[in-house]
Design a protein around this ligand. Structure first.
Ligand code: DGL
Length: 270
């Protein structure tokens, strides 16, 4: 593998970002790590998530990744700042809820944000709202249990629908015309969200913008692959690989192998 982009999340959510990165950079090798032994990150203390992000970064650097995409809003909220301090030579791309484009585009002046508690608690979210909300009313919902449903691959079941209804109906009553997805798991239920919210509500998935930003950074650091061959993707998880293999098969129609890594104390090893 040549200069693979390292991408990680607590689970399968970051695959929504990987999908856009793959479209943007078809020749680039990618390494994806899902910390499924610890999913969900959302309800955990930021400090604990910071420890996971640090160890995962060290693992990805050991796999020769010259750039790392923190494809997780919760881990970005908890750790992006310290990762950049700890590894000053490594470019990081992180996630932040797309409040800026939402505030620019809303007509009703009311925007809904679906994320997880860690993201809502982080300084990053507070600063995004402070800088960009500009008088727009922002309604938030942490969608309890939704990450778990998506991890199970239960995208269309009654429980998933109920969680989404509970979050979105009150927002619709208050006049939202835009929903920001502030968790990388949630793009996998965009059809269900759109069904509840109706076609006049715009749903913002930040993945394509993050993929473009990743490509720009790869280029400016002169690490973009010049190969004309199709890029390879290597998948790792910290849990039993079966769940992730099935998810990738169902959502992307790809048969792949996934290697298991184990947490030994606060380090990851094969
Ligand atoms: N997909 C992640 C995010 O964007 C993490 C969700 C979780 O593990 O709670 O926040």
């Amino acid at each position: 593998m040549k200069s693979p982009i390292g991408i990680f999340d607590s689970g399968v959510g970051g695959l929504s970002v990987l999908r856009s990165i793959r479209e943007e950079m078809p020749h680039q090798d990618l390494v994806y790590f899902a910390d499924q032994a610890h999913v969900p990150y959302g309800p955990r203390p930021l400090e604990e998530v910071r420890g996971f992000a640090d160890a995962i970064t060290r693992f990805l650097l050991g796999r020769s990744c010259p750039l790392i995409v923190v494809a997780c809003n919760a881990a970005s909220a908890a750790a992006l700042k310290t990762l950049r301090q700890t590894f000053p030579d490594i470019p990081f791309v992180g996630m932040e809820p797309a409040v800026k484009p939402a505030a620019e585009q809303t007509h009703t002046g009311v925007v809904g944000v679906l994320a997880t508690p860690a993201t809502f608690q982080g300084e990053l979210y507070a600063s995004v709202v402070e800088r960009f909300a500009n008088g727009v009313e922002i309604l938030q919902d942490p969608c309890p249990g939704l990450v778990g449903q998506i991890e199970k691959g239960d995208l269309q079941g009654a429980q998933t629908r109920l969680i989404l209804e509970k979050a979105i109906r009150p927002m619709l009553e208050k006049g939202i015309d835009t929903i920001v997805l502030g968790c990388t798991h949630y793009p996998f239920v965009i059809p269900q969200i759109q069904e509840i919210a109706g076609k006049n509500v715009r749903v913002i998935d930040p993945a394509p913008a993050v993929a473009r930003q990743t490509a720009r950074m790869m280029e400016s650091h002169h690490i973009l692959s010049s190969s004309l061959e199709k890029g390879k993707t290597t998948y790792y998880t910290s849990d039993e690989p079966g769940k992730m293999i099935r998810f990738i098969d169902e959502c992307f129609k790809i048969t792949c192998s996934v290697e298991k890594l184990s947490w030994k104390g606060n380090m990851l090893s094969t």
